[in-house]
Write a protein that binds this ligand. Structure first.
Ligand SMILES: Nc1ncnc2c1ncn2[C@@H]1O[C@H](COP(=O)(O)OP(=O)(O)OP(=O)(O)O)[C@@H](O)[C@H]1O
Length: 266
């Protein structure tokens, strides 16, 4: 679905992407893990042609993102790290309606699309609210809804869990599970904890891909993570030390522990 081939990018002569080659399959939940400044957001902005590689290529379903950004933007929806970069209308309804309106939706169809997206992030009662007066976490959930309302095939989330409360994080996890396999989902974070639900993870640092593998393969290498200034969450460390696979959430962690205890008592 997405192919990055030797992508290089510099800001004012300083190279921050140094030859990224990466393939992401259709329907995959893919994690980009890397410390601050690794180049995750810069890479993400290449996925819909906001930034263009100075060398190399980004292909979405075979379409060159730099050459056909308009076409690619219909396929790839990006939720930016800071919702203030994404929200600009007076009310929540208008902000969420903006994308589908531009896709040609009107009347009841538009209204249905907006409320469907708001419901997915648990914000349907916020439609008439003034965007400027929302809290940061509320804005973040609305920013997610603005992208969901366009129903893109690829959903990209840059640090989506940061600043969300318990309910916000739960809703986002539910959303990812709901779309698993159906849409391609890319999650960027500097915290491994939020990427355990991924099918595969790429570890990035210094504008390069250092490793790609399952969460077990990548997070299992604690020394590698620490050498790139990344924390190994205690829960992951515990599971790996017991020889168990990394659970994708607390529900799976409970099941794995229960099975482990029943096996050990036999
Ligand atoms: N517009 C810009 N102009 C100049 N340098 C930039 C610009 N945007 C980002 N950078 C620099 O590029 C490098 C990569 O930044 P980027 O935001 O892609 O990293 P990141 O992995 O997303 O980091 P974080 O986890 O902190 O969001 C950093 O050194 C950053 O300071």
């Amino acid at each position: 679905m997405i192919e990055l081939i030797d992508v290089h990018f510099s800001y004012s002569g300083r190279e921050v992407l140094k030859g990224i080659t990466l393939g992401i399959e259709q329907g995959e939940v893919f994690g980009l893990l890397g410390p601050n400044g690794a180049g995750k957001s810069t890479l993400i902005m290449h996925l819909n042609g906001v930034l263009r590689p100075q060398k190399g290529k980004v292909l979405v379903n075979g379409i060159d993102a730099a050459r056909s950004p308009r076409e690619v933007r219909k396929k790839v929806g990006i939720v930016f790290q800071d919702p203030n970069d994404q929200l600009f209308s007076p009310t929540v309804f208008e902000d969420v309606a903006f994308g589908p309106y531009n896709l040609g939706l009107r009347g009841e169809e538009l209204k249905e699309r907006v409320f469907k997206a708001l419901k997915l992030v648990g914000m349907e009662s916020y439609a008439d609210r003034d965007v400027k007066r929302l809290s940061f976490g509320e804005k973040k959930r609305i920013a997610i809804a603005t992208v969901l309302a366009m129903e893109p095939e690829v959903l990209v989330f840059d640090e989506p869990f940061a600043n969300l409360d318990f309910k916000g994080k739960r809703k986002l996890r539910e959303l990812i599970e709901r779309f698993r396999g159906e849409r391609t989902i890319i999650l960027a974070s500097h915290e491994a904890e939020y990427l355990t639900m991924c099918d595969r993870v790429a570890l990035m640092d210094g504008g390069k891909v250092i490793a790609v593998g399952t969460p077990k393969e990548v997070f299992g290498n604690a020394e590698l993570l620490k050498s790139h200034n990344l924390d190994v969450p205690p829960l992951i460390e515990l599971f790996l030390s017991l020889g168990l696979d990394v659970p994708k959430d607390i529900g799976e962690a409970k099941t794995k522990i229960a099975n482990f205890l029943s096996q050990s008592s036999k």
